[in-house]
Design a protein around this ligand. Structure first.
Ligand SMILES: NC(=O)C1=CN([C@@H]2O[C@H](COP(=O)(O)OP(=O)(O)OC[C@H]3O[C@@H](n4cnc5c(N)ncnc54)[C@H](OP(=O)(O)O)[C@@H]3O)[C@@H](O)[C@H]2O)C=CC1
Ligand SMILES: CC(=O)C(=O)O
Ligand SMILES: [Mg+2]
Length: 562
């Protein structure tokens, strides 16, 4: 008998059972179960199947005209019946992912206080900072193994959404379950509500968060310390993913806590790994090796610095000195190319700052500032990566200039959601005569050039974090090293479909994300073992360990607990 057929002991009945999303089966409760759990009369008489339920909900999702309505419907389904929600998601991943994740989740975070109808996850707010231990102590959280936490300050490229940022931890954890197969009963989305500086949210009478300007500095740090102390006390082996924190906090929080609990920052490390993987696959198509590329990074913040650091490490690993690797790297931020002596340089940007001598002979439009176009004209990059949240920043001039000096330019406008992307794939394809190898953070509508479909790779960290989490739980990793993310990147790059046509795919398709999670998990687990971060295991045990952590969205039979 497979584990899915072993009856589950259930101790609730009637309407209470039907309103428990982890146990509810809706119309799929069998006649025997309806008798055993006092469900007769509460459901229409005909017993249904999961397949029929999926078909019904798919029809309903498709009947809406607006994606935000589809999102609200799907969130309602998740709150009513998680098995059905995940069955729908996993069977129609390509169609559902943009609805529960980027781009739609961006709009959902902005509108959070307007469509909200049912609690999910935990809101830990500054006014309740003294009772965090008490809140976490509830037995309903006994099984928690994975947390995604945000403070809502940098939601995608949409800035501060305050409490509405909760949409992101919910969405990320849905991907953990759909792709990595983590049991939803073991996941917990958390929003740390330390106020918002978004004037629109504060002015909104329906805003549900703490209406107060953001707590900052030492008070903020003390709040996070209280939170982490409570988390590590309650769940010493938990995996915690930091998500969508502002630039000022993202890096420092990762560094402060990565040795205190098993945690990583998805925007820094997950994004770096997916960008590196797409790029490694791209080097095979362009024929230019990693160490021969010239990189321009637009947006030297959280994601940008993570991508930059991983690429530097990879180039050093391939044989360049750190200096040589840095010489191939140019980072443009809000005030232009990062050059020594500039105001507002951040310590995490240090590896990417150019000396004045390095840019001395450059032709510039203005003497006081080196913008992206100047940089592209002078560097003649082979790779252009955007993580700035600035729509339209990759202009026609910039892209045409880049395409003049490289046959297959690698262009990755990674900012989310669609409205924040640095350029549309259609424009990139047009301005480069279809030669660009394109990666975007969110899924775009298909592009056709000269009658040929142009591949747009969805270079999103959803290709990485599910596999990392699966590995952590499968082998009981205590901590997460940068090398584990490099292993994830290499494993993903190795899955790139063989490049046979003019518009090759650099990443496996989204419908393959479940297999990707397993392949990434294998590589990450092996690296965790090599780094001494988990107990030993035999190679041949690994597939079994991974499979044992995978929950499937199927209905198990129930019997009453005695
Ligand atoms: N595809 C993917 O998987 C991922 C995509 N992203 C996307 O990347 C974007 C950035 O995220 P993240 O790095 O965390 O955000 P950050 O705010 O940390 O970084 C953005 C950087 O861009 C800079 N910037 C702002 N305006 C300009 C401008 N006009 N020109 C050049 N630089 C500018 C910012 O400077 P300043 O702080 O001064 O404003 C900041 O340094 C978001 O849209 C996010 O959705 C992020 C993670 C994963
Ligand atoms: C994808 C993601 O993590 C972001 O845009 O922040
Ligand atoms: Mg993010």
């Amino acid at each position: 008998m497979s584990s899915d057929q072993i009856p589950l002991e259930v101790d609730i009945e009637g309407a209470v059972l039907l309103t428990n999303p982890l146990l509810n089966k809706g119309t799929a409760f069998t006649d025997e179960e309806r008798t055993a759990f006092s469900l007769h009369g509460l459901l229409p008489p005909r017993v249904g199947t999961l397949d029929a339920q999926v078909a019904r909900r798919l029809q309903a999702v498709r009947a809406f005209t607006r994606d935000l309505d589809r999102y609200v419907f799907l969130r309602g389904l998740q709150d009513a019946n998680e098995t059905l929600f995940y069955a729908l998601l996993t069977r129609h991943l390509t169609e559902m992912l943009p609805l529960i994740y980027t781009p739609t989740v961006g709009q959902a975070c902005e509108q959070f206080s307007h469509y909200w109808h049912f609690p999910r996850g935990l809101f830990l707010s500054w006014p309740h900072r003294d009772i965090i231990n008490q809140i976490l102590a509830h037995p309903r959280y006994d099984r928690i193994e994975t947390i995604v936490v945000s403070d809502g300050e940098r939601i995608l490229g949409l800035g501060d959404q305050g409490a509405g940022g909760m949409g992101i931890p919910i969405g990320k954890l849905s991907i953990y379950t759909a792709c990595a197969g983590l049991d939803p009963a073991t996941t917990l989305p958390i929003l740390l509500d330390t106020g918002t500086d978004n004037a629109e949210r504060i002015a909104d009478p329906l805003y549900m968060g703490w209406k107060h300007e953001r707590v900052r500095g030492a008070d903020y740090d003390a709040f996070i310390e209280t939170f982490i102390s409570a988390v590590t006390k309650r769940w010493p082996r938990v995996l915690l993913q930091w998500e969508d924190f502002a630039r000022v906090n993202a890096g420092p929080l990762l560094e402060r806590y990565r040795d205190r609990l098993c945690s990583f920052n998805d925007d820094i490390q997950g994004t770096a790994a997916v960008a590196a993987a797409t790029l490694l696959a791209g080097t095979k198509v362009s024929g230019i090796s990693l160490c021969d590329q010239r990189f321009v990074l637009f947006g030297a913040g959280t994601a940008g610095s993570g991508i930059g650091r991983m690429l530097l490490d990879l180039m050093v690993h391939e044989g360049l000195t750190r200096r040589e690797a840095q010489d191939r790297f140019f980072a443009v931020d809000r005030h232009g190319l990062l050059v020594e002596g500039m105001a507002d340089l951040q310590s995490f940007q240090a590896p990417f700052v150019k000396s004045r001598a390095a840019v001395a002979g450059w032709q510039l439009a203005r003497p006081d500032r080196i913008d992206l176009l100047d940089t592209v004209r002078n560097v003649r990059p082979t790779v252009l990566i955007g993580v700035s949240g600035q729509p339209g920043a990759f202009t026609e001039d910039i892209i045409r200039s880049m395409a003049d000096s490289v046959e297959r330019p690698l262009i990755f406008p990674l900012s989310n959601p669609l409205s924040r992307c640095e350029a549309t794939p259609a424009d990139l394809a047009r301005w480069t005569g279809g030669r660009a190898l394109i990666g975007t953070g969110s899924p775009f509508p298909p592009v056709v050039i000269d009658g040929q479909p142009v591949t747009v790779n969805q270079t999103n960290n959803a290709y990485i974090f599910p596999g990392v989490g699966l590995a952590v739980h499968a082998v009981g990793a205590r901590r997460i090293s940068d090398a584990m993310f490099v292993a994830a990147a290499r494993a993903l790059a190795a899955l790139a479909p063989k490049a046979t046509q003019a518009h090759p795919k650099l990443l496996p398709p989204v419908e393959g994300l479940r297999d990707v999670a397993v392949a990434v998990a294998r590589a990450v687990a092996l690296q965790a073992r090599a780094d001494g971060l988990c107990a030993g295991f035999e190679d041949e045990e690994l597939d079994r360990l991974i499979a044992a952590k995978r929950w499937e969205p199927v209905y198990r039979p129930y019997r009453r607990s005695r």
